[in-house]
Design a protein around this ligand. Structure first.
Ligand SMILES: Nc1ncnc2c1ncn2[C@@H]1O[C@H](COP(=O)(O)OP(=O)(O)OP(=O)(O)O)[C@@H](O)[C@H]1O
Ligand SMILES: [Mg+2]
Length: 325
């Protein structure tokens, strides 16, 4: 498969009154065409920072001391605003959790959708309207004609989320970044929207970078998975090897915490301990204080880097979990 996005050694810091938050500390991965890459991690791991960095939407207090974000070979971190404007919404689009807040409250759904199309394509409004109706229908919105005339406040959270996805997908972007895009919705609705998203993106040949903290969603959606911990990838692999043979103790612990179909009485155990302070990150492995497999090397050495242990399965650990552990 062809490579569409390549993130290389990405570092992002935020200046705050309390000190410098080291949100991303050398993240590297490749997203391929037509692929669903799930980025999973706890709150504060740096997932949204990564999404914003790719889109060139980092806030004022952010800096990027190192790294590249290559899209079609162009480094988006150093691209001009004109280039970014052409790419955003057309080649790469972003959807996040709070759809109701992202939509313009005083503009109808239809005009917001049409606006996106007409900003990038010189076509008659009539054609744009047809495109809108089609994408709304494909995302499972009943009566798209009526929805087009509605204002966001009169729609439910689930409908707003579908409208946001419609806006993000109407131009058939090559990459959709969905940052917790369905998190606020109830589980059944979430599953339905994700299912539609998956099949629609396959039809449109759009790749998805799906950001979530939910391993259940990862299992259902991912082709490839990256496990982010304290601003670095702890592990990345294809979905089946990752679930069957997790190598990083953090991934292993996350999977242990999942309820299992064959063990329905097992309670969801929260992971003991807390993530590190991102202002005073240790030199050693950031997972060290919570790790059950830590050795003397882990306590003494600088943090391990992500290494390929075969077939593209990468792990950043001096003492990875073995199948028989
Ligand atoms: N604008 C900002 N200024 C200062 N610190 C920030 C800013 N945005 C994020 N951070 C910090 O950067 C780190 C990563 O935040 P980020 O929002 O990327 O995490 P996340 O993985 O998306 O978490 P969540 O699951 O809660 O959405 C956190 O420590 C966060 O407090
Ligand atoms: Mg986030």
């Amino acid at each position: 498969m062809a490579e569409i996005l390549k993130v290389e050694n990405l570092h992002v810091h935020f200046e705050t009154s309390a000190g410098q938050v080291k949100a991303l500390n050398g993240v590297s991965f490749v997203q391929e065409e037509d692929q669903i890459f799930c980025l999973v991690g706890e709150s504060g791991a740096g997932k949204s920072t990564l999404a914003l960095a790719i889109m060139g939407l980092l806030p004022q207090n952010a800096s990027v001391p190192a790294g590249r974000v290559l899209f079609d070979g162009v480094d988006l971190l150093r691209a001009g605003t004109g280039h970014l404007r052409r790419i955003r919404g057309k080649e790469i689009s972003l959807v996040f959790q709070d759809a109701q807040a992202a939509l313009n409250p005083v503009q109808t759904v239809g005009s917001q959708l049409e606006e996106v199309i007409l900003a990038h394509q010189d076509i008659p409004t009539r054609v744009a309207t047809t495109m809108c109706l089609e994408i709304l229908r494909e995302l499972g919105l009943p009566e798209p004609q009526r929805i087009m005339k509605e204002y966001p406040f009169s729609l439910s959270g689930g409908m707003c989320q579908r409208v946001m996805l419609a806006i993000a997908l109407v131009l058939r972007p090559r990459l959709l970044i969905a940052d917790e895009a369905t998190s606020g919705l109830d589980v059944t609705l979430q599953a339905e929207i994700l299912e539609r998203l998956k099949s629609l993106c396959k039809d449109l040949h759009s790749a998805i970078l799906l950001i979530t903290h939910d391993m259940g969603i990862v299992a259902h959606m991912a082709d490839e998975v990256g496990v982010l911990y304290a601003g670095t990838l702890a592990e990345s692999a294809e979905v089946i090897p990752l679930f069957k043979e997790p190598r990083h103790p953090y991934t292993w612990a996350l999977l242990q915490a999942l309820p299992r179909l064959d063990d329905v009485d097992k309670k969801l155990a929260p992971l003991p301990g807390v993530p590190p302070d991102m202002i005073n990150l240790p030199e050693q492995c950031p997972f060290l204080p919570r790790c059950q497999k830590a050795t003397a090397k882990c306590r003494l050495d600088r943090r391990p880097f992500l290494e390929d242990i075969g077939s593209g399965h990468r792990v950043a650990c001096y003492n990875p979990v073995l199948a028989l552990d």
